[in-house]
Design a protein around this ligand. Structure first.
Ligand code: CTP
Ligand code: A1H0Z
Length: 225
């Protein structure tokens, strides 16, 4: 048994403030998306990689990824991350386990991939996350409302791994009720299905704002890249 991964890459990268989609920014001479795809290409448990791309970037992405034989398809993304992923989910061949991973997270470790895949085989749904380090406040109109117990707060990442049928059902139901979530697990949670957590690491950052590029440089230096 192996898994299929959907990698949404059809965003605009507005918060990065770059003149192009952030997944094409270069780290060590290679685009971010190249690093991300290579993580799955190198994982022996990954059988197929599908990406969501912007219409005007399909040709560029195809050229960039032509050396990765596990890349089986590119679909056109939508106006929201969730729509981009659903467009891919609707066309991938049915499989046992499907993972979703942001193109903008190039530092996912093999250890996290293995733990997620093993957990997804045993359970229905599992996501990568790390405990929050800061104290989190709920603030209304500039004033603290309350301070949630930090022991139960986690910072959620991708990959997120699910049984294929479950994720498809979750996406179908979200579409029917026009629910828009900021991650994939939130769509599954709505079905009342428990979603487990694998403890990931703090290197698995999402490149979101310009300072994340400094963190990316530091992570690569640490890894000797
Ligand atoms: N309509 C969209 C929006 C996002 N994504 C992808 O989803 C991942 C995570 O989204 P995010 O970090 O929010 O990326 P952007 O939407 O590009 O960023 P921003 O919100 O700053 O524009 C990224 O790999 C991005 O390319 C996508 O495929 N389709
Ligand atoms: O909310 P954002 O648009 O920054 O990111 C959306 C998702 O990519 C994000 O929620 C997952 O990576 C989990 O953190």
């Amino acid at each position: 048994m192996m898994y299929t991964v959907i990698i949404p890459a059809a965003g605009q990268g507005k918060r990065m403030g770059s003149d192009r989609n952030k997944v094409f920014l270069e780290l060590d001479g290679r685009p971010v998306i190249y690093h991300t795809v290579s993580k799955f290409d190198e994982d022996a448990s990954c059988q197929a990689i599908y990406l969501s791309a912007r219409q005007d970037e399909v040709a560029l992405l195809t050229e960039l990824l032509k050396g990765f034989h596990k890349v089986k398809g590119l679909v056109i993304g939508g106006s929201e991350r969730q729509y981009s992923i659903y467009n891919a989910l609707k066309v991938i061949p049915p499989c046992e386990v499907v993972m979703v991973h942001d193109a903008a997270r190039p530092f996912v470790s093999q250890e996290t991939l293995t733990e997620l895949y093993d957990a997804a085989c045993a359970k229905n749904a599992v996501i990568a996350a790390v405990p929050v380090k800061d104290t989190i406040k709920v603030i209304n109109n500039g004033v603290i409302d309350h301070t949630p117990d930090r022991n139960v707060l986690w910072q959620v990442q991708t990959p997120q791994a699910f049984k294929y049928e479950l994720l498809l059902e979750a996406y179908q139901q979200a579409a029917e009720s026009r629910f828009l979530g900021t991650d994939d697990a939130s769509l599954v949670e709505r079905l009342g299905v428990p979603v487990s957590v694998v403890v990931s690491d703090y290197d698995n950052i999402k490149l979101t704002t310009p300072e994340d590029l400094y963190f990316a440089e530091a992570i690569m230096k640490k890894r000797g890249i």
